[in-house]
Design a protein. Structure first.
Length: 552
């Protein structure tokens, strides 16, 4: 038995590698049947079918079992052993012509290279790889589409997380573009995030989508994958273009639960919920910032014990100049709140982006020696943003990072929750790069802004446009869509005053407040931050804790 297990172990490891490198999730036949039953409920039949990245060919087998199977099926697969398994299936006796192609899908032109014997309606059905280009790059894989900035991202966005995409996205776009003349129905199993990205990209590029629908599936049940997934079905044609997709709770459902669609050039999660709060969809008047990015947490993030001694995540004691140490707050701290006076600290090596860190050798020799002792940790950082940057460089750094007060939100949590944060032990708090914030220069500004953003209308708006299954549901793009002026016009001013007073109390600040009569007045005061505190209330203008005054 041990010898048999030893023989099987390399095969098991190879399959695990394939699952990771090729996103190799074979579709169980019962799920194939559910998918084809779902597609057949419309009564439509297809003369031809393609299963791209067919793997073991279970969709081919399912298609052949239909009461009215396609007359011709073309199955495409990179791995020869899968095609050999499919050849043993014994479909030769079927009236359907089955053609197997052992080829890399990214080196195939669907319009030029597929030679059809049949004509008629075309169905593209299957389950493309569930893997991102970033993961393939980490593995050193060659299973990638040709390098191209297909989303036309600019600058740093094209270098960082926004340029990461699922290989399934590239396959979707390739199918739509190369098969447009065939006017196919394309129905593929994929992550729901992929479906959304495809619909947004189709709108941006005005691809000829005339109908779309999305059926949720239990990826944990069928594939053991902890992701949100679906059957995404798109009709390509010459009719009126439509970039909306009804969402169904499962493959057997006949009534949708919501509608995904485009509003004002942006994808909206739930169009019905959005319509109730769309009045505040606009532009945020201030720039949301992202927290610190250093990609070296084991070295840069420290904890302080009861004795005031610091240690890093490697368990090493750390003695450095305190001038470069700042309190650190992460997404979980923001979400769970209130933000406590924690012992988390972060090393800040620069005051502005691109600052030459080699000066630390003379201004902070203890820190410099500590960083040099961990030089390899920084050298292993894979992101291209660190290329041609000074040693130990950071991102998300600038004057805004050192603002004494901040209004911040976690980007990782599904429920929006804004927090007003003040300094800890006289030091401005730093946030990590999973957080977004507005720098503020007085406690009153932070409390007012946080209270306004936590108003139910704003929270409902964010919930209507975010996608809770996304790795980072709340993004800068989402936050920049909140129209503060429209929001302020709708709030109950007494309720806002009470909420602001409570927020100040939570921050340990005075509860004597004065609200601005308009957002323009607030912004004017905000712009004067370099002078005397523009939000300071002169003694003669103060009111009791139960009163409210308005200043112009």
């Amino acid at each position: 038995m041990d010898a048999l297990l030893a023989e099987r172990e390399p095969l098991k490891e190879w399959r695990i590698y394939l699952r990771r490198e090729l996103g190799d999730f074979q579709t169980p036949l019962p799920l194939v049947k559910l998918v084809l039953d779902c597609l057949s409920r419309s009564g439509k039949q297809w003369a031809r079918a393609i299963e791209p990245t067919c793997g073991q060919g279970n969709f081919v087998k399912g298609l052949l079992d239909l009461a009215a199977p396609p007359r011709e099926i073309q199955a495409i697969e990179l791995q020869q052993d899968y095609l050999e398994e499919l050849e043993k299936f014994g479909y030769e006796g079927s009236s359907t012509r089955v053609i197997l192609k052992n080829v890399d899908i990214f080196r195939l032109n669907f319009q030029r290279d597929l030679q059809w014997c049949e004509t008629g309606s075309l169905l593209v059905v299957g389950n493309p790889p569930w893997v991102t280009n970033a993961e393939l790059g980490t593995l050193g894989s060659g299973n990638l589409p040709a390098k191209a900035n297909i989303k036309r991202l600019r600058g740093i966005a094209a270098m960082t997380g926004e340029s990461n995409f699922d290989i399934a996205e590239a396959i979707w776009l390739k199918l739509i573009r190369e098969l447009t003349v065939e006017q196919p129905t394309i129905a593929l199993l994929c992550k729901t995030s992929v479906a959304r990205n495809v619909l947004q990209f189709a709108f941006d590029q005005q691809l000829p989508v005339t109908d779309a629908s999305l059926w949720l599936i239990d990826a944990k049940k069928w594939f053991g994958a902890a992701v949100d997934a679906c059957l995404f079905c798109v009709q390509i044609g010459t009719g009126e273009r439509c970039y909306e997709a009804d969402i169904y709770p499962d493959l057997c459902a006949i009534e949708s639960i919501s509608t995904l669609g485009i509003v004002g050039n942006q994808l909206v999660n739930d169009m019905k919920s959005y319509q109730a709060v769309q009045s505040i969809d606009g532009s945020f008047p201030l720039a949301w910032r992202q927290g610190l990015k250093h990609d070296a947490a084991s070295v840069m993030e420290l904890t302080r014990d009861a004795a005031g001694q610091f240690s890093n995540k490697l368990g090493e004691s750390v003695l450095i100049e305190p001038t470069h140490l700042y309190p650190l707050v992460k997404s979980s701290d923001l979400f769970n709140g209130p933000v406590d006076r924690s012992q988390k600290m972060v090393i800040v090596t620069q005051a502005v982006l691109g600052e030459d860190t080699r000066a630390l050798k003379y201004t902070a020799p203890l820190l410099w020696n500590y960083l040099m002792a961990h030089y390899e940790t920084f050298a292993r950082r894979k992101s291209s943003i660190y290329t041609r940057q000074p040693p130990f460089a950071m991102f998300g750094i600038g004057d805004y990072a050192f603002a004494p007060y901040k209004v911040a939100i976690s980007g990782l949590h599904k429920t929006p929750r804004f927090r007003a944060i003040g300094p800890i032990d006289g030091r401005p708090v730093m946030l990590d790069d999973t957080c977004y914030f507005i720098p503020c220069y007085s406690s009153m500004a932070a409390a007012f802004l946080a209270s306004l953003l936590n108003y139910p209308t704003c929270l409902d708006f964010i919930k209507a446009i975010v996608f809770i299954d996304a790795k980072r549901p709340i993004t800068k793009k989402v936050l920049q869509r909140v129209d503060l002026r429209a929001l302020f016009a709708q709030v109950n001013k007494d309720a806002l005053a009470l909420r602001t007073r409570q927020t100040l109390a939570e921050m340990g600040e005075s509860t004597e407040i004065t609200l601005w009569p308009s957002i323009d007045a607030f912004l004017a005061a905000y712009a004067e931050r370099s002078g005397p505190d523009p939000l300071h209330v002169p003694e003669q203008q103060t009111r009791s804790a139960t009163q409210l005054s308005w200043i112009s």
